[in-house]
Design a protein around this ligand. Structure first.
Ligand code: RP5
Length: 179
């Protein structure tokens, strides 16, 4: 039987559907941690009215964090932050012309008074984890899920190191298809 959909607490918005490959890891990790999200394409430039309406209503609709990703002249995270009191996490999407440095600078250099927490270029996964960490400050079940995730990550690295020690670096690299 399909489990009931999770009540979305995180809004994941992006300027274009071409941003989806960067943003989907945020939705995926949140789902894995038991946090529902709503994923939308809302452009600060192409659909400014829809973007403003969504950001203004986000808190009253039950969202607690907004993740906003955009590339190039990436105004979406800042504009969403201007229209909402919710914490906004900006994801600079890698652009073709400037490899995402334009996106990063557009998002990270917010004027004092309207903050956007900016993750790395292409940092959809970390944006999801950061949103979960914000929610976890008031949600012990989610805090436990995050700890479990961290532990699993730790154990994977320890296992890789053990394998590297046992195989030696040249053989290990071959198993990675790069020998
Ligand atoms: C931005 O322009 C979007 O966030 C996207 O990263 C970029 C290019 O959009 P498309 O031309 O692929 O729709 O607004």
């Amino acid at each position: 039987m399909e489990s009931a959909p999770l009540r979305p607490r995180v809004a994941i918005v992006m300027g274009s559907d071409s941003d989806l490959p960067t943003m989907e890891p945020a939705a995926r990790i949140l789902k894995q941690l038991g946090v529902g999200s709503e994923v939308r394409v809302l452009s600060a430039h192409r659909t400014p009215w829809e973007m403003a309406a969504f950001a203004e209503a986000a808190a009253s609709r039950g969202f607690r964090v907004i993740i906003a990703g955009a590339g190039g002249a990436a105004h979406l995270p800042g504009m969403v932050a201007a229209f909402s009191m919710l914490p906004v996490i900006g994801v600079p999407v890698r652009s073709q012309a400037l490899s995402g440095v334009d996106s990063l600078h557009s998002i990270v250099q917010m004027p004092a008074g309207i903050p956007v927490a900016t993750v790395a270029i292409g940092g959809g996964l970390n944006a999801g984890l950061l949103a979960a960490a914000i929610l976890a400050t008031a949600d012990p079940v989610l805090a436990e899920a995050l700890e479990t995730h961290r532990r699993a990550q730790h154990d994977q690295v320890v296992a890789k190191d053990a394998r590297l020690q046992s195989l030696g670096s040249a053989a290990y690299l071959e198993t990675m298809g790069q020998g």
